[in-house]
Design a protein around this ligand. Structure first.
Ligand code: GDP
Length: 325
């Protein structure tokens, strides 16, 4: 396994043509820039890395379009390539993307030959500008073209994942979540825990979120809908707001408002359980960096609360163990 797999620190490289949206993605996800402000971003001419300390050291590096994957300026030495998890190629679907596909194929080929363990994923980006019906057609067309060209140069067998993205809706979070999940050695264990929770408590869907970035690092095996993700990710904000008021509570003894932030261990988590239209939402902080948000159907009323609290405490202990290993 590569270093990144052992350490579980997602390192991503963003590539693609000028103005395709690389800086915007980096800023929106890691620096909470409102999407509309990306309009005024200056074009970047140097390799730029932004990192965020969340559940893991999470790093995104933007490569300016004039540099190719093998150029020394990328400063990805042999060793760094070993730590690199994924190269994301961003295609502006609203622009003429043919020349972008040529560079994409070149990059994918270089990686396949030299660093086959590095994942390669394509973001078919700025889909917000396309009508609902045309969006999927455009996605399929780009995907088909990329696959054809990869086969032509002998890399048809390489697994390439495609995502439809836009910074103006939740799709960019969903896509980055999936990219990060592929790099997490803890994923199977986390998924198994969430599956068990859902079946024990009759939940419809459970997401484990990285609280700071709002990407989800695992979910149960039931089908995933962007709508569910949207509802749940709004509740991450609720957790963040409550946390801003009260902080991450340390267990026992300490008077509230004490500042012993370096004291580790499972704290008193923020919990909210409320009705949202037809469904119930259960939201609870699991560790300082992770939050669990669950959706429950009608009839899963408040009477279940004790059972849920109990099972979530078990899950909480298990998650802490999973990340210790
Ligand atoms: P870069 O050169 O690849 O880093 O591209 P930028 O991040 O600077 O983005 C170029 C332009 O695309 C900016 O005006 C952004 O506001 C815009 N942009 C980025 N992402 C999206 C998106 O998802 N949808 C739309 N409509 N515009 C976007």
């Amino acid at each position: 396994p590569t270093a990144v797999r052992r350490k579980g620190h997602p390192k991503l490289l963003l590539m693609g043509q000028r103005r395709s949206g690389k800086s915007s993605i980096q800023n929106v996800i890691l620096q909470k820039m409102p999407p509309t402000e990306t309009l005024y971003l200056e074009s970047t001419n140097t390799v730029k890395t932004v990192s965020m300390q969340s559940f893991a050291q999470f790093e995104m590096t933007e490569v300016p379009s004039q540099l190719s994957i093998e150029s020394p300026e990328i400063a990805y030495s042999e060793a760094n390539f070993r730590e690199l998890g994924t190269v994301i190629w961003v295609i502006d679907v609203q622009d003429d993307y043919l020349s972008s596909i040529n560079s994409l194929v070149h990059t994918a080929g270089f990686l396949a030959e030299n660093y086959p363990r590095v994942h390669f994923e394509v973001f078919i980006h700025k889909t917000d500008g396309l009508s609902e019906e045309y969006r999927y057609d455009a996605f399929r067309e780009v995907r088909q073209r990329v696959q054809d060209e990869l086969s032509d140069v002998g890399f048809g067998h390489r697994e390439v994942a495609f995502h439809q993205t836009s910074i103006f809706d939740h799709s960019i979070y969903e896509a980055i979540s999936k990219v990060v999940q592929r790099l997490l050695p803890q994923l199977p264990a986390l998924e198994a825990l969430l599956n068990r929770l859902c079946s024990t408590c009759g939940m419809q869907k459970a997401y484990l979120f990285d609280t700071a970035s709002k990407i989800y690092i695992a979910t149960d095996a039931s089908p995933t809908f962007l709508k569910d993700y949207e509802v749940c990710s709004d509740y991450v904000d609720v957790i963040v707001d409550i946390k801003a008021l009260y902080g991450w509570q340390q267990p026992a003894k300490k008077p509230a408002g004490g500042s012993d932030a370096d004291d580790e261990g499972i704290g008193e988590s923020v919990v909210t359980f409320e009705r949202n239209g037809d469904t119930y939402i259960y939201a609870r902080e699991i560790t300082e960096h992770l939050s669990l948000i669950c959706l429950m159907g009608k009839g899963s009323g408040i009477d279940k609360r004790v059972l849920i609290d109990y099972n979530v405490s078990l899950l909480q202990d298990a998650v802490v163990e999973v990340f210790k290993v």
